[in-house]
Design a protein around this ligand. Structure first.
Ligand code: ADP
Ligand code: ASP
Ligand code: MG
Length: 412
């Protein structure tokens, strides 16, 4: 039997009624003759609630216990989805990560999938099960403890299953009807894309477009999974949504094809460090060992051998960054005067494979922002993206102005 993977995000399983609607879609594919693997997220808002409880109990939590708590939301939806399908006379069974088993490394709260042996589920398919409902976002470590795959991780569960079971397609059902030129919730002119290249999707996702988790795009690209994003609220069809495809399949492309933003950034400045070899290494080594994912970095101009080092990191890692910096200071490995934290920033980025062959995109971006009176705090670039850190109050304005100026509402 051909296999299909269908993933339903939090809003698509937010209550029993929506679970029934999702189950009906699954029923349509079962009737076509597919063995279906359904990946479910926790009900909308559930994971945030669980994360909140963990933070309130223990701000610098033990990540193993964070995973034990935060993975539980998906267990509920998996069981409810299996029951709903059974009520429709569709033979279905729920699977938690460890039961599959979905094996990961031990990087708790950010674990990577290492293997999904398909035989347990395949045996059940052979015995007549039509749908395996798998709890997304979770796995099991070599030590036998529950792990989670990072926020948005059910997308990655879905793609990894599609690869492991050689599924015909991996359909990601969500609350928008595809991938847009930017988040349609903050820019009304955002345009839905019929196709997007893996490379661009990868950049957009890693720069904050949470419609797909970055790792899921990486896996789809590596294992050639046919990946589609579509709405669980619109009529079912084989051609709906956005397909993520190889670059060669995109005929025409704008120089800039998307704008992404990330709200969850904080800017930290280590004030008055010595400007000599080894200082940057000490700072960023301590941060890395403290589990901080540093994103952008700038070293300010030095005066009399003293400089400031500025970097950005996710807001929920600020406490860890402070702990790491204070530890190197207390150990006498680094001297600095102060550690400043600015939570009121965000990152806005433009992405496009067309940038490879066209210059002047950065200059244009900076001009657009300056025309709006928006000050740029930090800049980073790569071959197909430019990112700036700006005050958070300008986020929507910046996204809309860039979307307008690069004419993303018009197809190439
Ligand atoms: P789910 O719960 O289904 O996993 P997410 O909230 O993780 O859904 O992702 C879907 C959301 O991603 C949309 O509601 C939208 O606000 C946001 N988003 C951000 N950028 C984009 C984009 N370029 N195209 C589509 N959606 C986007
Ligand atoms: N429930 C998890 C989260 O909110 C995983 C997911 O939905 O993809 O991050
Ligand atoms: Mg998601």
């Amino acid at each position: 039997m051909p296999t299909l993977v269908m993933k339903f995000g939090g809003t698509s399983v937010a209550n029993l009624d929506r679970i029934r609607r999702a189950a009906k879609r699954v029923g349509v594919e079962v009737a076509k003759g597919y063995d279906v693997i359904v990946i479910v997220s926790a009900m909308a808002g559930k994971t945030n609630e669980l994360v909140g409880w963990v933070n309130e109990t223990s701000p610098l939590f033990d990540a193993r216990e964070y995973d034990a708590v935060v993975s539980s939301g998906e267990n509920i939806t998996a069981g409810l989805m299996a029951l709903t399908l059974q009520e429709m006379d569709i033979p279905a069974r729920s699977w938690q990560g460890w039961q599959v088993p979905l094996m990961t490394n031990s990087a708790h709260s950010q674990a990577r999938i290492e293997d999904i042996p398909p035989h347990n589920i395949n045996q059940k398919f052979a015995e007549g099960m039509k749908v395996a409902v798998v709890a997304g976002f979770q796995g099991v470590s070599p030590e036998g403890r529950i792990t989670t795959l990072g926020r948005g991780g059910s997308d990655t569960t879905a793609v990894a299953f599609a690869a492991a079971f050689e599924a015909e397609r991996c359909d990601i059902y969500t609350d928008v009807d595809g991938v847009y030129t930017t988040d349609p919730r903050i820019c009304t002119k955002a345009r839905k894309l019929e196709k997007i290249s893996f490379e661009e999707m990868l950049e957009l996702a890693s720069l904050g477009a949470k419609v797909l988790q970055t790792r899921s795009v990486e896996l789809a690209m590596r294992y050639k999974v046919k990946l589609r994003v579509l709405s669980s609220f619109e009529e079912q069809s084989d051609t709906a949504g956005t397909l993520v495809v190889d670059e060669e399949e995109i005929m025409e492309s704008n120089v800039v094809s998307g704008v992404a933003y990330s709200r969850d950034e904080a800017k930290m400045t280590v004030v008055s460090v010595q400007d000599r070899p080894g200082v940057a290494a000490t700072i960023f080594n301590a941060l890395s060992e403290g589990g901080v994912n540093v994103d952008m970095i700038v070293q300010n101009v030095s005066e009399e051998g003293i400089t400031d080092m500025t970097f950005s990191c996710p807001t929920d890692q600020v406490a860890r960054a402070e702990k790491a910096m204070n530890a190197v200071k207390d150990a006498g490995e680094l001297e600095f005067e102060d550690l400043l934290v600015d939570y009121d920033v965000c990152k806005v980025s433009v992405v496009g494979i067309g940038m490879r062959s066209q210059s002047g995109v950065a200059a244009k971006m900076f001009k657009i922002l300056s025309d709006e009176g928006i000050n740029i705090k930090v800049i980073t670039t790569s071959e197909i993206k430019i990112s700036v850190l700006i005050d958070r109050k300008y986020m929507e304005l910046a996204v809309q102005a860039l979307h307008d100026a690069f004419e993303l509402d018009k197809a190439a």
